[in-house]
Design a protein around this ligand. Structure first.
Ligand SMILES: [Zn+2]
Length: 288
């Protein structure tokens, strides 16, 4: 496909490109993460519930504030597309974009999962990650991205002209509808950009395009997340399986995921309180 030619660079192009990068948000001003508290939480947690998410389906689960959920790889490498909602008001949900802007393209232990405006509070905090060793590889890829949106049947129709009904978007829509008693049409707008649990992704060095590669996750690996408010969650076992080749079809091998709900010891939660909504008064500069 022919590409547009680039305009000739101006004489001071090198100088313009040499300006130093500045991290966009002063994240050092966020409330500090209490890693000692997070470590204490993990001691003596008790499993109180679990959900098995079948391949190419999604499962919904509820996590009371101050509890933990654990996404576990079982049977084989599998990526999970995660949505989180405020259980009391699902119009408040995980905001992948702001989480990316504050924490980076991939999340790990101590990173908070922020909610959309006008709430902007940590819905959850990542507690433990058995893939924390991975870091960024030679391709620039990391795990647990907040870049991708979720595979969906609309993009699939656009790119292939065919319909596939087990994309993560549809799986999450059915799961949210089932969990909340809403119709599919009512449920669909609540589905939002995901946290790609276990997915290994980055941007290509030459064109900065979003790429994926086979997830390093193996059975027994898990990601633990602490609920900062009462949460409704849903996770889709992506039809891409380990997302090493393709998605939005039945072409690749997929595996189930297990979600465990865990209760920390009451004494481990001493001094902790659920996250409160952002105090910005919402006047937007208009007085009276
Ligand atoms: Zn997917």
């Amino acid at each position: 496909m022919p590409r547009l030619t680039r305009p000739a660079p101006p004489p001071d192009a090198d100088a313009r490109r040499a300006m130093p990068p500045v991290v966009t948000y002063a994240v050092e001003n966020l409330p500090p993460v209490d890693f000692a508290f997070l470590a204490r939480l993990r001691e003596g947690m008790e499993t109180i519930d679990e959900v098995i998410v079948p391949p190419r389906e999604a499962g919904a689960f509820r996590v009371p504030a101050g509890h933990v959920f654990r996404v576990v790889s079982i049977e084989g490498p599998q990526v999970g597309d995660l949505n989180l909602w405020n259980a009391a008001d699902p119009t408040e949900h995980f905001w992948s974009g702001k989480t990316r802007a504050l924490a980076g393209t991939h999340v790990g232990v101590g990173d908070r999962l922020w909610s959309n405006l006008p709430h902007l509070r940590p819905l959850a905090t990542i507690l433990h990650d058995t893939l924390g060793w991975y870091g960024f590889d030679a391709d620039g890829a990391g795990v647990h991205d907040v870049i991708g949106t979720r595979c969906d049947p609309y993009t699939n129709r656009l790119l292939t002209g065919t319909d596939y009904h087990h994309c993560c978007h549809s799986n999450l829509t059915r799961a949210f509808a089932g969990a909340t008693g809403r119709s599919l049409a009512e449920a669909e707008p609540f589905v939002h950009d995901v946290l790609n649990v276990f997915m290994c992704t980055g941007f290509t060095a030459d064109t900065h395009r979003y790429f994926m590669k086979a997830s390093p996750v193996r059975p027994g690996d898990f990601l633990e997340i602490f609920a900062e408010i009462d949460l409704l969650g849903a996770i889709s076992a992506c039809p891409g399986g380990d997302c090493g080749s393709t998605h939005s079809s039945d072409a690749v091998r997929c595996h189930p995921l297990r979600v465990e709900i865990l209760r920390p010891r009451p004494e481990a939660l001493r001094g902790w309180a659920p996250a409160v909504a952002n105090p910005y008064p919402r006047s937007h500069g208009v007085t009276g």
